[in-house]
Design a protein around this ligand. Structure first.
Ligand SMILES: Cc1cc2nc3c(=O)[nH]c(=O)nc-3n(C[C@H](O)[C@H](O)[C@H](O)COP(=O)(O)OP(=O)(O)OC[C@H]3O[C@@H](n4cnc5c(N)ncnc54)[C@H](O)[C@@H]3O)c2cc1C
Length: 436
């Protein structure tokens, strides 16, 4: 059996693993900058890969850069060396046959009058009741306390149940923090009485590469990571002994490490560390993204649209070519259609695709199936971590086993949370700083 030593063994070559290797490579000499990334696929990048097909540039659905931390923004600007465009968000909600602006709760203008009345009355009741949502409550309770019965009924409940494929009483609201805007009563009233809302939320403007899709960011990181160590493709850990700090790999070789960073899904990591029973307590919702290239002009200028209603099988549709016109050939537009599936059940992709095409037609986003000139299907087996009532306890148990073993769990799936690309880069910096 061949054996190798490394300072930092990194599981997973997505944006988080690549960023960790890139930061470790900058550590002062003697601090252990040698890294080895193990990536099970034959190409690095994870969910931040892009594909150019039939002249269209597709991602794993919209992968937009929401940059709030100045130091990470600076790093990304350096990595992409000018290959970035800033875009002012145009996001919509399609419900009751109307297209309102995002976020729903702040832009009731345009909805049928009875819906507006129900939403406002529910919000007033909730504000008068002034119940403080507890951290251990369900998403449904949280939404009723924060937004009231009307907004919960018309958007929060159906949208999130469709996204997670679970009843909204079965998961909590811990993940909502920075992602679900909580406007003031005054803002809600203004958005109900006029069409001139003020931008709110974590993604009021965003950045996206001019060329090469979001993959250009992971390519730049991969080039930095390769300077500090090795990226081994097509290899996964099969067994990890946390005490002797040894990993046995799928190619039969062995690696001895000083520290371990895992960015692979936490359930997979727990399994290779012989923590099988805890692994089975972690749940996620799979998503399939249909990337569709269409002949003709885009039906709308929006960047993406949310679909809370059951009659559509997708929860979100976005337009790559509205985000960046260079994503589609002239005279064409391109969409990503996101469909979630119940966890652990067989997925009928062909049926879902047919239903999506019909849904796009009925929402006026596609004139005829005959206009589709390109199709690319991207599965995301773990897309959304489910914040059910087991999650925190299971993670705590895994972390307890890792104490004193020099292991870092990082990234959306490594740390098993709702997170985004900027956070991955910030975590990578944090890990490098913690080493020093
Ligand atoms: C639908 C959707 C839309 C999103 N949109 C945005 C957005 O607009 N903006 C944003 O900032 N973020 C967005 N995100 C989040 C973003 O995708 C993640 O934060 C980011 O990709 C996490 O990167 P990662 O490296 O931690 O994980 P991943 O990208 O999943 O990378 C993990 C890597 O580990 C590899 N791997 C898995 N198992 C093993 C194994 N056993 N052994 C070895 N390797 C393994 C995988 O092949 C993969 O390459 C979105 C996510 C989803 C699901």
């Amino acid at each position: 059996m061949s054996s190798r030593k490394t300072d930092t063994l990194i599981l997973g070559g997505g944006i988080t693993g690549l960023a960790v290797a890139s930061c470790a490579g900058e550590l002062p000499k003697g601090w252990g900058g040698d890294t080895l990334i193990l990536e099970k696929e034959n190409v690095a990048g994870g969910l931040c890969r892009s594909k150019i097909k039939d002249g269209f540039t597709y991602d794993y659905s919209g992968h937009l850069l929401h940059l709030r931390r100045p130091e990470i923004k600076k790093w990304i600007f350096e990595l992409l060396d000018g290959n970035l465009r800033e875009v002012a968000r145009d996001a919509r909600i399609y419900s009751e046959g109307r297209l309102t602006k995002y976020p729903y709760q702040m832009n009731l203008w345009g909805l049928p009058a009875p819906t507006i009345k129900e939403c406002l009355a529910g919000l007033m009741d909730a504000r008068l009741a002034a119940r403080r949502p507890g951290p251990s409550g369900s998403f449904l309770e949280w939404s009723l306390d924060v937004f009231g019965a009307g907004i919960t009924k018309h958007f929060m409940k159906p949208y999130n149940e469709k996204l997670f494929r679970l009843p909204s009483g079965d998961f909590n609201a811990e993940w909502c923090g920075g992602f679900v805007p909580r406007p003031s009563l005054e803002d809600v009233l203004r958005g109900a009485l006029s069409d001139a809302p003020k931008p709110i939320g974590y993604n009021a403007t965003f950045f996206y590469p001019q060329r090469g899709g979001i993959q250009s960011l992971v390519d730049a990181l991969a080039a930095e990571a390769a300077r500090s160590g090795e990226i081994r493709l097509g290899v996964a850990p099969e067994k990890i002994d946390l005490s002797s700090k040894t990993a046995v790999l799928s190619d039969g070789s062995e690696v001895k490490y000083r520290r371990l960073v895992s960015t692979i899904p936490l359930d997979a990591f727990a399994r290779v560390c012989a923590l099988r029973s805890i692994a089975s307590r972690l749940r996620s919702t799979p998503v399939v993204c249909f990337n569709i290239g269409v002949k003709g002009n885009p039906p709308h200028a929006a960047h993406w649209m949310y679909f809370p209603e059951k009659k559509f099988n997708f929860y979100r549709v976005g337009f790559y070519s509205n985000i960046n016109p260079a994503s589609a050939p002239k005279g064409h537009y391109s969409m990503y259609v996101e469909v979630s599936f119940p966890s652990g059940k067989r997925r009928d992709i062909a049926r879902a695709l047919n239903a999506s095409v019909e849904g796009l037609k009925s929402a006026g986003l596609l004139s005829s199936s005959g206009d589709i000139v390109s199709l690319d299907i991207r599965p995301m087996p773990n897309a959304y971590v489910v914040y059910d009532f087991e999650r925190a306890r299971a993670i705590e148990k895994i972390r307890a086993v890792l104490v004193g073993k020099d292991v870092h769990l990082a990234g959306r799936y490594g740390a098993w949370k709702y997170s985004y690309m900027e956070e991955s880069l910030a975590e990578a910096r944090g890990i490098a700083e913690s080493i020093v």
